[in-house]
Design a protein around this ligand. Structure first.
Ligand code: GLC
Length: 534
């Protein structure tokens, strides 16, 4: 099913909704499902095809929903199952698809299975659903191996009877043992549950993590003394990872899980999809997740890990197409999400950062495949500076020592919709929402930008509308033109894209400009600007 050109996701623009921070219907300062439903017309008018909604399941919210206590219910903070049904129904009415987030690598420590595991003895079937092991050293007081949590510190926590359990993330997120057949059966049930409710697809959290090397051997630490996390390091997410020994990531057995899921999705209908969040070491290992009998897409993080550079962009585009082409999958592109510093800030912040962010977005939107947008980028939001005492990101909290790291709270600040002071129409409440909004966001609200020529919001609307004129028919071929270090030029079907990453203006090539990321004074392409020509 993966390679049919008819599949809706092949050229879809998918908008990521971070549930806590999109829209708050009840005024408690936290976003919720009815809030999302009420704002669906905004997404339709923006011109996206689908939304991916981050986890809204029952959860103690230690990692804001990526710690699931019940996969088949909605956390009261976000609403009810009826609210989820209403969201799905309304989205479908408006012609929008909905991708839900599936978290199969770990549960919350409040999941019934983990509670039962703690209440049971070492060696019991209850413990065998997780990775409990004896410790090393005298009295087993050392962790079973040297693995580190992605969020910092040891990846093991000891329970009162002396055993340790593995958690590649927070200690409240125990890893499941996918070698235990009960685990696979449980998740098949979860897939079927949400498919039956109308979900159009799944975003698979930590898709490369489910299996660990069976021996749970030590990781070989590289000469630089740094273990690779095998995952985004939210603090240094723009830094390329070194290739290293990763017994906890990307094990061959994981692909059997996705072959099974492929069958389940196919059984329900050829229009259901799954996209992997897989931080693999190479484009080729990423492509393995989207072989024709596995998942449909995998996030391609290479752009998000690349700075502002024509050569870098060129390399990302050619590398990605070369990797996914042979397996017949559609490429994906993403510049921002809830785990990384927003791209306007990564590109330097201020007017220049925003100009570059818009140019990168326009460049991405011309490429074959799907683009994933992150809520707020269409408003030109930057990473907010959240005071240390107000931070909630467990990754930052576990790593407090690295105090200058930005953490993930600053890209998760609630969306400013309208008005001149917090919560800027985010909800009916008064004052600041769960993470404070910067006071200067008054100029960035949806209301303030609507109808304003050249605003970032109108730029996104225009770009998405222009994309619709060719995305479905321009084919998958991209012809890179030239090797200029400052200017990237490529052609896709009838469209030529030029992005100026240099410091001097360049002549516009021949053709009609039908989209631009910024102004084109004097008929030249200024630095930090991209255009589409036909
Ligand atoms: C994924 C999510 C991230 C979460 C982690 C653990 O990387 O995107 O937000 O913290 O998985 O579930």
């Amino acid at each position: 099913m993966t390679s049919s050109p008819d599949h809706w996701w092949r050229d879809a623009v998918i908008y990521q909704v971070y549930v806590r921070s999109f829209a708050d219907s009840d005024g408690d300062g936290v976003g919720d499902l009815p809030g999302i439903t009420s704002r669906l017309p905004y997404l339709r008018d923006l011109g996206v095809d689908a939304l991916w909604v981050t986890p809204f399941y029952t959860s103690p919210q230690k990692d804001h929903g990526y710690d699931v206590a019940d996969y088949q219910d909605v956390d009261p903070l976000f609403g009810s199952l009826a609210d989820a049904d209403a969201l799905l129904a309304r989205a479908h009415e408006l012609g929008l698809r909905v991708i839900v987030d599936l978290v199969p690598n770990h549960t919350s420590d409040e999941h019934v299975w983990f509670r039962a595991a703690l209440a049971s003895a070492p060696g019991s079937p209850e413990r065998a659903r997780y990775l409990f092991r004896e410790g090393r050293g005298k009295d087993g007081s050392e962790p079973p191996n040297n693995w580190e949590s992605v969020f910092g510190g040891a990846a093991w926590t000891r329970v009162p009877d002396g055993e340790w359990y593995l958690h590649l993330f927070d200690s409240t997120q125990p890893d499941l043992d996918w070698r235990n057949p009960e685990v696979g059966d449980m998740f098949e049930g979860v897939l079927r549950f949400w498919l039956a409710r109308g979900a159009d697809g799944f975003r698979v959290d930590v898709a490369h993590g489910l299996f660990k090397e069976e021996s749970l051997r030590d990781q070989v630490i590289t000469a630089s003394g740094k273990a690779s996390s095998g995952h985004v390091n939210p603090d240094h997410s723009m830094v390329k990872r070194e290739l290293s020994d990763e017994p906890m990531w990307d094990q061959p057995e994981v692909h059997d899980v996705y072959r099974r899921w492929h069958k389940v999705l196919d059984e329900v209908g050829a229009d259901r999809m799954a996209v992997a969040e897989a931080w693999t070491q190479t484009p080729e290992s990423m492509a393995a997740f989207v072989r024709p009998d596995e998942l449909d897409q995998a996030f391609n993080f290479s752009w998000l890990l690349t700075g502002w550079s024509a050569d870098g962009f060129r390399e990302v585009i050619t590398g990605t197409l070369a990797a996914v082409g042979p397996v017949g999958a559609s490429p994906t592109w993403v510049l921002s999400n809830h785990d990384v510093v927003r791209h306007a800030t990564r590109y330097g912040g201020g007017p220049q950062g925003l100009a570059r962010a818009r140019a990168a977005t326009l460049t991405m939107l011309a490429l074959p495949g799907s683009s994933y947008l992150y809520q707020g980028e269409e408003l030109g939001l930057e990473q907010a500076d959240v005071a240390h005492e107000l931070r909630q990101d467990p990754a930052w909290l576990r790593r407090r020592e690295g105090i200058d790291d930005p953490g993930r709270d600053g890209c998760r600040v609630p969306i400013p919709w309208s008005g001149t002071q917090p919560p800027f129409g985010f909800g009916p409440g008064k004052g600041q929402p769960w993470i404070p909004q910067p006071a200067d966001w008054a100029a960035l609200t949806v209301e303030a930008q609507t109808g304003v020529e050249c605003s970032t919001l109108e730029f996104y609307r225009a770009a998405l509308a222009a994309r619709r004129t060719f995305a479905g028919t321009a084919g998958d071929e991209v012809e890179i033109i030239g090797e200029d270090h400052d200017v990237l030029t490529f052609r896709r079907g009838p469209v030529t894209v030029v992005v100026n990453c240099g410091t001097a203006p360049v002549q516009l090539p021949a053709g009609e400009v039908f989209a631009a990321s910024g102004e084109l004074p004097g008929g030249v392409l200024p630095p930090d600007t991209a255009i589409w020509l036909r």
